[in-house]
Write a protein that binds this ligand. Structure first.
Ligand code: GEK
Length: 246
């Protein structure tokens, strides 16, 4: 089956009726362009997830990519891992994303044998025997009250020595810095070809759906759950990626 094309993201280019952002077929069909033009450092983060997976994947264990979308992080991890005996579980609750990832994998047999795709809500997923868990810009979409139970479940399902990689849009307790980074982020998007209308309509659509938190909150919560050596390894404006170990 041929891989459905990836198009340029023009979802918010024309005036739209208000409505919350959803990961539907329209978004899945432009997702690669959208995320590359919307997340500063996305390609670096994906490449470094591969490097971290190579270092921390253990024999006879699993890699989980939670909120995998089109599998950018999944494929980067599987590409680098040198273990002989491991499996990868890629989870997303968007059928449009998982369908496209499955079609992509049919054309990539070396990866397909290592990756199981699941279309399900990751809050209900079983996590077991994990040496690498990836939450690459996914936790921000999980309702606030479900974040602690989800992270506890991840911790319980990890092997000692395993790594959790969490990338998120973040906010800052200092209002001046918060404003500065939002402005710099909006200039980044304009430089990547998004109009002011696109930026503002997407911001409104994400308002109730993407709920960012501070780095302090992320660190404290992970440490309280039991994770060790929790800190940021990448940050650009209001986007950061953290590691946390069991
Ligand atoms: C990447 N990690 O390219 N259960 C499962 N999936 C979910 C849930 C949920 N409850 N909520 C949201 N998602 C990817 C990018 S995108 C980030 C991740 C972004 C999924 C949702 O369907 C979407 O595919 C993904 O999380 C978030 O490395 O678009 O900013």
């Amino acid at each position: 089956m041929t891989i459905p094309p990836q198009n340029k993201d023009r979802i918010f280019a024309k005036t739209k009726l208000p409505g919350d952002f959803v990961f539907d077929e329209n978004v899945a069909s432009v997702f690669e362009d959208m995320i590359n033009r919307s997340v500063p450092g996305y390609s670096t983060i994906i490449a470094m997830i591969g490097v971290l997976a190579e270092k921390y994947c253990q024999e006879q264990s699993r890699i989980y990519d939670l909120g995998c979308s089109l599998g950018g992080a999944t494929l980067a991890a599987v590409d680098r891992v040198e273990c002989q005996d491991f499996s990868t579980i890629a989870i997303d609750n968007s059928a449009a994303m998982i369908d496209r990832l499955q079609i992509k994998l049919r054309n990539l047999p070396r990866f397909a044998s290592k990756i199981e795709c699941r279309c399900e809500d990751l809050c209900g997923s079983e996590i077991a025997n994990a040496s690498v868990v990836i939450l690459n810009f996914t936790l921000q979409f999980i309702p606030l009250a479900e974040r602690v139970p989800l992270l506890r479940k991840i911790y319980a399902g990890m092997k000692p020595g395993g790594v959790l990689i969490i990338s998120e849009k973040i906010i800052f307790p200092d209002e001046k810095l918060n404003q500065l980074f939002i402005e710099m982020y909006h200039s980044f998007k304009e430089n990547r070809g998004y109009s002011k209308l696109e930026i503002s309509q997407k911001r409104t659509a994400l308002e109730k759906v993407l709920l960012p938190e501070t780095l302090d909150l992320h660190r404290d919560r992970l440490q309280k759950i039991g994770f060790q050596s929790v800190d940021v390894w990448f940050q650009c404006f209001n986007f950061a990626s953290m590691v946390a170990f069991k």
